[in-house]
Design a binder for this molecule. Structure first.
Ligand code: GDP
Ligand code: GDP
Length: 435
């Protein structure tokens, strides 16, 4: 599972600066996608090739009138959900009573945390840090977030306590398609989960156990095995106390990362809102198979349907590889079609692609439309092979591959998608220079 790191501390200690530093490259990727806005609070980041989620909790003042009253509900949830807390303090200001009450508060919540002394640039770091020994924290780092100093090493250290583990394959269901049903509150996830599981053709296996995150439900439909990742907590055992609110972004992000195919549920009545775009952005970044379900279609007047469809097509054009279904979870309309798209996306996302086929398609594409000249030399693309699945990664070797224009890369993507009939999944292309 992807570790979640929460940034906590008084205002102005540098939380947003660190957040931006950690998520910079990932954010840029999202910013390139037209029509995508981003909730600043939750970000994706990487340490080496290890992904993690970082949360900027913001707004904890920690004054002596009691932290709880001051702490926004979201901050509490974020701390609760995180695997590690980075408690940030300001090296230039020295130890502040508010820091002390915040430390006390974290201890009371039984959260292990690391102390991050920020803004050590241009001052004696050891002296500045010694001021904070009084907090009695074992794990302490000195960084300068705005310069990036000490940041990589700190993150690597913090992540070390979370062994990188592959997604655990369910032993009883080794080949099962993991389907995550995600979406904002009230779009109809619970209703849809019940529909997906309640179909006549579905045999649900184990009474779902609980994890801290979502519920994983194994079942069979026809001759296929599925594991439904239920972020709405529909089938949670009654006696299991819910420690976090029903909808949680972190839980959703984790479910997406753990899925083969994500069913993103939206509400036809409300159109596409920023949070839908945010979740969609994450699905794309994570490279997951994707099916869009526009729910509550039953309540939409016939004369509005065309308009909604064209509006969706326009705003979701960058995710046009995903099938869109207009469904009514309430009445069960369109649910069977969802399964068709889920199966197709799974098949595409996990297909084994042969070097021969990939190279042949590359040759055809180059023959039809050669890459441009760069500095009087033509870019040569020689052969291709598969670099991974879910999402399919196609590695193309050649010379001057660093100069391949984005438009040409998109052209190749389009050709591969068409020739291989890949649906419902992003296709990634990576170039290697082999001369
Ligand atoms: P937040 O309120 O905790 O999110 O704090 P910000 O990230 O907004 O930072 C508050 C101020 O501290 C800003 O003016 C930052 O430029 C500054 N700042 C953040 N990190 C550093 C640092 O490493 N060194 C210095 N000198 N200033 C920093
Ligand atoms: P969740 O918060 O995403 O799990 O949403 P719920 O499944 O709890 O649904 C929220 C509300 O929308 C409930 O009142 C549902 O009855 C209603 N709802 C769900 N699906 C549909 C649908 O297809 N059509 C209509 N009209 N209402 C629906």
């Amino acid at each position: 599972m992807i570790p979640v790191i929460a940034l906590v501390g008084r205002p102005n200690v540098g939380k947003s600066t660190l957040f931006n530093q950690l998520t910079r490259s990932r954010d840029a990727l999202v910013a390139n996608l037209p029509g995508l806005t981003r909730d600043r609070k939750y970000g994706e980041a990487r340490s080496g090739d290890r992904p993690f989620v970082v949360i900027d909790t913001g707004g904890i003042s920690g004054d002596e009138h009691g932290i709880d009253s001051e702490m926004a509900e979201q901050s509490l949830v974020a701390i609760e959900e995180s695997d590690a807390v980075l408690f940030m303090v300001d090296a230039r200001e020295g130890l502040n009573p508010a820091d002390q009450s915040l430390a006390l508060h974290l201890r009371q919540r039984n959260k292990s945390f690391h102390l991050v002394v920020n803004k050590i640039d241009g001052i004696d770091a050891d002296v500045a840090m010694s001021d904070f020994y009084a907090l009695g924290v074992e794990s302490m780092f000195g960084i300068a977030a705005s310069h990036g100093r000490g940041v990589r090493a700190m993150i690597a250290d913090v992540l070390q306590s979370f062994p990188a583990e592959e997604v655990e394959e369910d032993e009883a269901f080794p080949n099962s398609t993991r389907v995550a049903v995600v979406g904002r509150p009230n779009v109809g996830k619970s209703t849809l989960v019940n529909r997906l599981l309640g179909e006549d053709r579905v045999v649900v296996y184990d009474e779902p156990g609980t994890t801290r995150d979502s519920i994983y439900i194994d079942y069979q439909r026809g001759d296929r095995d599925y594991t439904l990742i239920d972020t709405a907590g529909v089938r949670r055992r009654k006696n299991v106390k819910q420690t976090v609110e029903k909808f949680s972004i972190v839980k959703t992000l984790k479910a997406i990362d753990d899925a083969h195919v994500v069913v993103l549920v939206m509400d036809a009545h409300e159109g596409i809102v920023d949070q839908d775009m945010h979740l969609l952005g994450h699905c794309i970044e994570a490279g997951r198979g994707l099916v869009l379900a526009v729910n509550k279609w039953d309540g939409v007047e016939p004369d509005q349907r065309d308009w909604i469809k064209s509006e969706l097509g326009r705003r979701l054009s960058f995710a046009d590889y995903a099938d869109t279904h207009f469904i009514s979870a309430l009445h069960g309309t369109g649910v069977g079609h969802l399964y068709k798209s889920i199966d197709a996306a799974f098949e595409s996302a996990t297909r084994k692609l042969s070097t021969n086929a990939l190279t042949r398609i590359l040759e055809g594409a180059v023959f039809d439309h050669a890459p441009p000249m760069v500095n009087g030399r033509r870019i040569k693309l020689r052969y291709a092979h598969a670099g991974g699945q879910n999402p399919p990664l196609i590695v193309i070797h050649g010379n001057q591959t660093g100069k391949v224009p984005n438009s040409y890369q998109r052209y190749l993507e389009k050709i591969y998608r068409r020739e291989l009939k890949l649906v419902g999944t992003p296709v990634r292309i990576e170039f290697r220079t082999s001369d």
